[in-house]
Design a protein around this ligand. Structure first.
Ligand code: PLP
Length: 397
C-alpha cells in the first residue's frame, strides 16, 4: 500500500477521535522519526512526552525482546521479577512506600481517586482540582479535568469533582467543605498550556491540605520521570504529595501507569478493592526498569536541566525578536511552551502544521502555547535546528 492509501484507509476505518498529521510513521530512532515516504522529522513531541529516551532506545528495545522471550503476561495473581524491580526503583527514589501499577495515566488517576475516597470517611468523597487541568479521558478523570471542552456531551459526569480557579488560594480554601477528601493537581499543567504552578501556591495548597486533613494528589503523568530536570517535578517545589500518579514516559513507549503513596494511606486498600488485569505487565516493567536506571545514572538529569535552559533561552530570544508573535516562554526542564500573543492564537495550529511540513514535530497546547517536549536525549544541535526553523517561520508571518 502506498502512503496516501494507508492514510485514506485508516481515516475510513477509525472512529474519528483524532486530528492526525498527514503522515504514516514507520520508523523511529533517537530524536528522529521517518514516514512511509522516507521523509524525516525532528521530534519535539516524543509521542506526547512518552519516548523520553528517544525512539527505539536500544537498551529498552533489548529489555523488551529479552522479557518477551521469557514471560509476557501472567496476571497479578502472581509475583513477577520485573514488577518487583520497578516497584523498588520507584519507591526508593520517591517519597512513597507503596505502589499500584496499571496501564495508563487515566487509570493511575482513577486509582488515586478511589484510594482517596476509600481512605477518607464515607461522607468525604469530593476532589478539588484546578481550572485548566487535564487528568484523563475516563468519566471520573474527565470530571476531574478542569476544562469545559472535555465535559461537553458527556454529562451527567460522576459526582464529587469541583474545580478551583488557577492560582487563587483563597478560592480554593472557600471550596473546602465537610465533603472534601483531596486536592488533585499537576505541579505544571501540560495540556493546559505549559503552565507551572507558582512554588508559593503549591506550598499553600500543601498547607491547606494539612490544616484540613485532605490528601494532596500530584498528577505527574506528564512532568514526572525526568521531564523537568529532576526525577519528579515535586522535588523542585519543596512540596511532597500524599499520592502521585505516573504513566507516559515510564516505559518509554509501552503502556504502563503507576500510583504511589505512603504506607498509611495505602493501608486503606485491601485485597479485592482495586485491580488491573494487565497492570504492571512484565514486558512493560522490564522496559521501565531500564528507563529508571538510565535516568538515575550520573549526569542524566543535570543534562536535562542544562538542555532545558538552553531551549528556554533560545525560545526567549525568539519572543524578544518577534514580540508581535510570541509573548514569553514558560516551563521547566524539557517541557517548554512559547506563548503566542493574543492576535496570533488562531494561527497556532497553522504554525504547527507549517513546522510539520518543514520536518519538525510539536503541538499547540491549551490553545495558548507552542509546546516543545523533545526526548530528554535531545542535543543542542537539534535544539538549534528547531530555533532556526521557527525563526524563518516567524519571519514569514
Ligand atoms: C496524558 C495525561 C493524562 C492521561 O494519560 P492517559 O495515559 O492518556 O490516560 C493524565 N494526566 C496528565 C497530566 C496527562 O498529561
Amino acid at each position: 500500500m502506498k502512503n496516501s492509501e494507508i492514510m485514506a484507509k485508516s481515516a475510513s476505518l477509525f472512529i474519528n477521535t483524532y486530528g492526525r498529521f498527514p503522515a504514516v510513521i514507520t520508523k523511529g530512532s533517537g530524536c528522529r522519526l521517518t514516514d512511509a515516504t522516507g521523509k524525516e522529522y525532528l521530534d519535539f513531541l516524543s509521542g506526547i512526552a512518552v519516548c523520553s529516551l528517544g525512539h527505539c532506545y536500544p537498551p529498552v528495545s533489548e529489555a523488551i525482546c529479552e522479557q518477551a522471550k521469557k514471560l509476557v503476561h501472567v496476571s497479578n495473581l502472581f509475583h513477577t521479577i520485573p514488577q518487583t524491580e520497578l516497584a523498588e526503583l520507584l519507591i526508593h527514589n520517591s517519597f512513597a512506600d507503596r505502589i499500584f501499577m496499571c496501564n495508563s495515566g487515566a487509570e493511575a488517576n482513577e486509582a488515586a481517586i478511589k484510594l482517596a475516597r476509600k481512605y477518607s470517611a464515607k461522607e468525604r468523597y469530593e476532589v478539588i482540582s484546578l481550572q485548566g487541568s487535564f487528568h484523563g479521558r475516563t468519566l471520573a478523570t474527565v470530571a476531574a479535568t478542569g476544562q469545559e471542552k472535555f465535559h461537553q456531551g458527556f454529562e451527567p459526569l460522576p459526582a464529587g469533582f469541583i474545580h478551583a480557579p488557577f492560582g487563587e488560594i483563597n478560592s480554593l480554601k472557600e471550596m473546602i467543605s465537610e465533603k472534601t477528601c483531596a486536592v488533585l493537581c499537576e505541579p505544571l499543567q501540560g495540556e493546559g498550556g505549559v503552565r507551572p504552578l507558582p512554588k508559593e501556591y503549591l506550598q499553600a495548597i500543601r498547607k491547606i491540605c494539612d490544616d484540613n486533613n485532605l490528601l494532596l494528589i500530584f498528577d505527574e503523568i506528564q512532568v514526572g520521570l525526568g521531564r523537568t530536570g529532576t526525577l519528579f517535578a515535586y522535588e523542585q517545589f519543596g512540596v511532597v504529595p500524599d499520592i502521585m500518579t505516573l504513566a507516559k514516559a515510564l516505559a518509554n513507549g509501552l503502556p504502563i501507569g503507576a500510583m504511589l503513596t505512603t504506607e498509611k494511606i495505602a493501608a486503606a486498600f485491601a485485597p479485592g478493592n482495586h485491580a488491573s488485569t494487565f497492570g504492571g505487565n512484565p514486558v512493560a516493567c522490564a522496559a521501565a526498569v531500564v528507563v529508571l536506571q538510565t535516568m538515575l545514572a550520573d549526569g542524566f538529569l543535570d543534562g536535562v536541566k542544562a538542555k532545558g535552559n538552553y531551549l528556554a533561552t533560545k525560545l526567549g530570544d525568539l519572543a524578544v525578536k518577534y514580540p508581535k508573535i510570541a509573548t514569553k516562554v514558560r516551563g521547566m526542564g524539557l517541557i517548554q511552551g512559547l506563548l503566542l500573543s493574543p492576535g496570533m492564537i488562531p494561527e497556532g495550529p497553522k504554525m504547527i502544521n507549517m513546522l510539520f511540513e518543514r520536518g519538525i514535530l510539536a503541538n499547540f497546547a491549551g490553545n495558548k502555547a507552542l509546546r516543545f517536549i523533545p526526548p530528554l536525549i535531545i542535543s543542542n544541535d537539534d535544539i538549534d535546528q528547531l530555533i532556526t526553523t521557527l525563526d524563518k517561520l516567524f519571519a514569514e508571518f
